[in-house]
Design a protein around this ligand. Structure first.
Ligand code: ADP
Ligand code: MG
Length: 338
């Protein structure tokens, strides 16, 4: 523990300024003041240690995730991220931890053109709340915009982060090997462990450092009729679109995009379960009128993000998964914050 006080913490770790003509007042005054040109999208997400991330997660990953989850929310409404505030409660002052956290946060902020303009710093259980403000299009895709017959797409692959969290928790609870074990760490590139270790590292990175689909979200403005970011699991989040749009959905379970790492490390049914109910994917799920299919594919190609059609919205209210010609109702079960 060091003796840094609240203002020294803010000054040392959270006062980096970046060139942004629209920030009239940033960190250091009673309120930030920004110049906005039109409609704003505003999202906030609270990450609580033990509920949203495990205790041992590296500080840089916590900093990255705290901003990434909000970038993902803004991506869903096709907004351009601009300004963030950060409220953080810390059990104590650990300078290395703060250094890592700030590095994770600022590197993502820099990549997406986000300025940290204010926040709050206090002692308490580790909790990180980021609020993100961005420029919104006038016709943003909303959860309520879906219509029966719309194609349902998802970006990227699903289920990796949930599998990665399992791997991370299992690895963190394994006792560290000691010299008296008489075992040596496998040599890098060792033939037996390498493929599984590479898969595991990929899955853990998908949990620890999610890549928000900001470019795809922006490219879908005017094309997607409804959108949501997949944070609690596809079944739960597609369920929100269906509920708000007053329809149901049919999902071709064989079409769910699964990464090579997930398929290599899990049996098909287990991989599918993680894709449907696992959570923490931060992919986009969106609905497109059939006539706009090619426009959606072109927008995704321009954004450099793979997308996959997984089904369609239906007039019947249920969410139904089909595989091998059989249909079953999908529970809208996902990650629960309570
Ligand atoms: P006040 O008491 O007026 O609310 P604070 O003393 O809490 O202000 O904070 C001082 C300044 O530092 C404010 O501009 C606030 O926005 C900023 N700030 C506090 N904590 C953080 C943080 N974690 N990240 C960025 N800015 C912060
Ligand atoms: Mg004040």
């Amino acid at each position: 523990m060091s003796e840094l006080g609240e203002f020294e913490i803010i000054e040392r770790f959270f006062s980096r300024s970046r060139r942004d003509r629209d920030v009239l007042v940033g960190v250091g005054d009673d309120a930030a003041i920004v110049e906005a040109a039109g409609p704003l999208a505003i999202a906030v997400d609270m990450l609580v240690e033990g509920t949203h991330f495990p205790h041992a997660l590296p500080a840089a990953a916590i900093g990255h995730r705290a901003l990434a989850v909000n970038l993902s929310d803004l991506a869903a409404v096709a907004a351009k991220p601009r300004w963030a505030t950060l409220a953080i409660s810390l059990p104590g002052v650990d300078e290395d931890w703060l250094e890592g956290f700030a590095a994770g946060f600022y590197s993502l902020a820099e990549r997406f053109g986000v300025s940290l303009v204010g926040g709050d710093t206090t002692r308490g259980p580790l909790t990180v709340t980021v609020q993100l403000i961005g420029e919104a299009p006038r016709a943003a895709p909303l959860r309520s915009g879906g219509r029966p017959g719309d194609l349902v797409f998802v970006s990227g692959t699903l289920g990796d982060a949930a599998a990665g969290l399992e791997c991370f928790v299992a690895a963190a609870s394994r006792p560290a090997p000691t010299a008296s074990d008489g075992r040596e760490a496998p040599a890098e590139g060792g033939p037996e462990t390498e493929p599984a270790a590479v898969d595991e590292a990929h899955l853990i990175a998908r949990f620890a450092y999610p890549e928000p689909r900001v470019a795809l979200g922006a490219a879908l403005a005017g094309i997607a009729r409804a959108a949501i970011d997949v944070s609690d699991g596809l079944a739960a989040d597609l369920g929100h679109i269906c509920e708000r749009s007053g329809c149901g959905a049919r999902v071709d379970l064989a079409a769910l995009p699964l990464s090579r790492a997930l398929r290599a490390s899990h049996a098909a049914a287990a991989a599918r379960e993680l894709a449907l109910h696992g959570g923490d994917d931060y992919e986009l799920c969106f609905c497109v009128a059939p006539a706009d299919r090619e426009r959606a594919l072109a927008a995704a190609a321009a954004a450099g993000t793979p997308i996959t059609v997984i089904g369609a919205l239906t007039a019947e209210r249920a969410i139904v998964g089909t595989v091998d010609g059989e249909a079953r109702a999908l529970e809208p079960r996902g990650f629960r914050h309570f």
